[in-house]
Design a binder for this molecule. Structure first.
Ligand code: PAF
Length: 284
């Protein structure tokens, strides 16, 4: 696997790929790679072409009181995991490469970035939109691989690509989970042993909600009460928001007449985790 830092080196690798008619398959990450990232890289590998992984802890998507400084940075382990999963190149740019003039020009994620996660993390999706646009322009990615765990991010990025008239195709890869259902996340490593055990309540609640929906409950408020009841059975977990959203517009759904997304953010001890699940009502 090739290690790339500078933009010039990145451009040379991409130029070679284009010259040899290989598609650029791009997996953007913030490092602290785990099996969820490996699934993205493996999906890209299976699709063929140049598999390019970026590792960049993007400062502009963290709020002032968030964990930017202590976000886990594990370059050696990241390189080993990316190599094993089939990456061809690992691009780890410096902050000054991505923001050469400082964090000035900034994209807005608009209304899609202001709801759910965005309501509790103001500016977060503007930072994501800004950095993803920069990474796509720099890499010339043909296909972008994103994890379903960050569902709202997938919606924001799809819209961004459309708005900017980019031609990058988006592939969303299913969430990878621990045996007890906990969605893999770089932030899981913050959990104490007790918090780790308690954190499984989030996916338990989501699964219970999806089952109730599949069994025919269409009222979003009833589905959400059930979700909260299951999660609330675990005292270490505090739900910050739980909602049911239209999968494309992210608008709240009151009656489940079509598939929708249940979205949750919760604190487990001091660690904030997010997760989601697809709700599919029975066909009438
Ligand atoms: O999902 C992430 O890890 C980040 O939000 C991303 C897409 C790499 C942008 O910094």
């Amino acid at each position: 696997m090739i290690h790339i830092e500078s933009l010039a080196a990145l451009r040379a690798v991409v130029r070679d790929a284009v010259a040899s008619r290989q598609a650029v398959r791009f997996v953007p990450t913030m490092g602290a790679l785990h099996d969820g990232h490996a699934a993205l890289i493996r999906a890209a590998r299976a699709d063929g072409g140049l598999v390019l992984v970026s590792v960049f802890v993007n400062p502009t998507q963290f709020g002032p009181n968030e964990d930017f400084a202590r976000y886990p940075r594990t370059p050696g382990a990241d390189a080993a995991l990316a190599t094993k999963a089939g990456a061809d190149a690992l691009w780890a740019p410096l902050v000054e490469d991505v923001y050469p003039a400082g964090p000035s020009a900034r994209l807005s994620a608009g209304a899609l970035g202001a709801v759910w996660e965005g309501a509790f993390r103001p500016g977060h999706f503007d930072g994501v939109a800004t950095v993803v646009a920069k990474l796509l322009v720099a890499s010339g990615a043909d296909v972008l691989y994103l994890g379903e765990k960050d569902y709202q991010q997938t919606v924001v990025v799809r819209r961004l690509i459309r708005d900017l008239l980019l031609t990058t195709e988006v592939r969303v890869v299913p969430t990878v989970r621990e045996p007890d259902g906990l969605a893999l996340s770089s932030r899981n490593r913050y959990l104490s042993a007790d918090d780790r055990r308690a954190a499984a309540a989030i996916s338990r609640g989501l699964r219970a909600c999806a089952k109730l929906a599949a069994d025919g409950e269409r009222r979003a408020d009833a589905l959400l009460v059930h979700l909260q009841d299951v999660i609330g059975g675990e005292p270490r977990v505090t739900v910050q928001y739980a909602g049911i959203a239209d999968p494309d517009t992210l608008e709240p759904v009151t009656l489940l007449n079509a598939p929708a997304r249940a979205l949750v953010a919760a604190y487990v001890g001091a660690t904030r985790l997010i997760d989601n699940i697809l709700l599919v009502p029975p066909t009438p």
